[in-house]
Design a protein around this ligand. Structure first.
Ligand code: ATR
Length: 273
């Protein structure tokens, strides 16, 4: 019998994870079955316990359960601990092991797929919610020259910066206080794109040759990417590559093999068009 994994969410019908993991399994010859699991909003824990009972080996966790998974895990990776969110669960030996592959998904997409270095660069991270928190440690691991978190509610950015201070230098800011500072990489980790809104990032934030990265993806450019394009960003990227890379890291955790991602990413890109 194949080893079984699922993606748990609510809603979950839209999730591309089954398609991605099926492609990884085929490519690597791993005997894996991967399904969607819709759990009631207040029923995450019992859904996980039932999964374990049924012999499943692991799960990806998506909206709105990443914090529930963080709370439920009996053991956490360092990056998941700090993210306060878990997107990858492994079930083995009576343990529920939680990890978070979102941040590494982002940094791999930027450095390996887009070929943009993060080491020694000036990075601006927009937003101070769960999405921003999840990528801070992996970003810091590249030792950027500067990492600034800007948020509408500046207090939340300050709180984040304080929490990560032990892992590297993080500056916090409101949008207006960014002034004329320019950055090599500007990452939108706000949920503004979901409502077709633009975070109030100053036009001067995009240095010559900079990369603008929106963690959301969809058909066409988000308002943030349109704004970045109009104000000097040389490269634009959405979160589709991050989605594929976080899945690849989950697959590696579960199966011990690293799938290739380039062909699948091109295929998904074509399907979006
Ligand atoms: P997520 O898990 O996606 O990060 P979240 O924890 O609700 O969701 O955080 C949403 C983030 O997007 C916050 O940083 C929020 O800013 P505030 O903390 O000031 O609310 C940010 N955000 C949402 N809509 C925004 C908008 N239109 N402009 C700027 N920031 C926005």
């Amino acid at each position: 019998m194949s080893d079984r994994y699922v993606v748990i969410g609510n809603p979950v019908a839209h999730s591309k994870s089954p398609l991605i993991h099926a492609a990884f399994a085929k490519q690597t010859g791993e005997d894996v079955q991967y399904d969607r699991l819709l759990a009631p909003v207040d029923g995450f824990d019992s859904a996980v316990f039932e999964l374990i009972q049924s012999g499943a080996k692991g799960a990806n966790v998506t909206v709105p359960f990443k914090q529930d998974a963080w709370r439920l895990a009996s053991r956490l990776s360092e990056r998941a601990k700090l993210a306060e969110a878990v997107n990858t669960l492994s079930f083995a030996g009576g343990e529920i092991v939680g990890d978070n592959t979102d941040g590494v998904g982002l940094t791999r997409d930027i450095t390996a797929n887009l070929g943009v270095p993060l080491a020694g660069r000036r990075i601006l991270l927009l937003g101070a919610g769960g999405a921003a928190r999840g990528v801070l440690l992996p970003l810091l691991s590249y030792h950027p020259a500067m990492l600034v978190v800007a948020n509408r509610t500046a207090d939340k950015a300050m709180q984040l910066a304080r929490q990560f201070a032990a892992y590297g230098e993080v500056a916090a800011s409101g949008y207006a206080e960014l002034g004329e500072q320019a950055f090599d990489v500007v990452i939108n980790a706000t949920s503004a794109s979901l409502s077709d809104a633009l975070p109030p990032v100053p036009a001067s934030a995009f240095a010559a040759g900079s990369l603008a990265y929106d963690m959301m993806y969809g058909k066409g450019l988000t308002p943030f990417l349109q704004f970045a394009q109009a104000h000097g960003a040389a490269r634009l990227a959405d979160g589709l590559g991050m989605l594929v890379e976080q899945a690849a890291e989950s697959f590696r955790i579960w199966r011990g093999v690293e799938p290739r991602t380039a062909a699948l990413l091109s295929l998904l890109r074509e399907q979006l068009a």
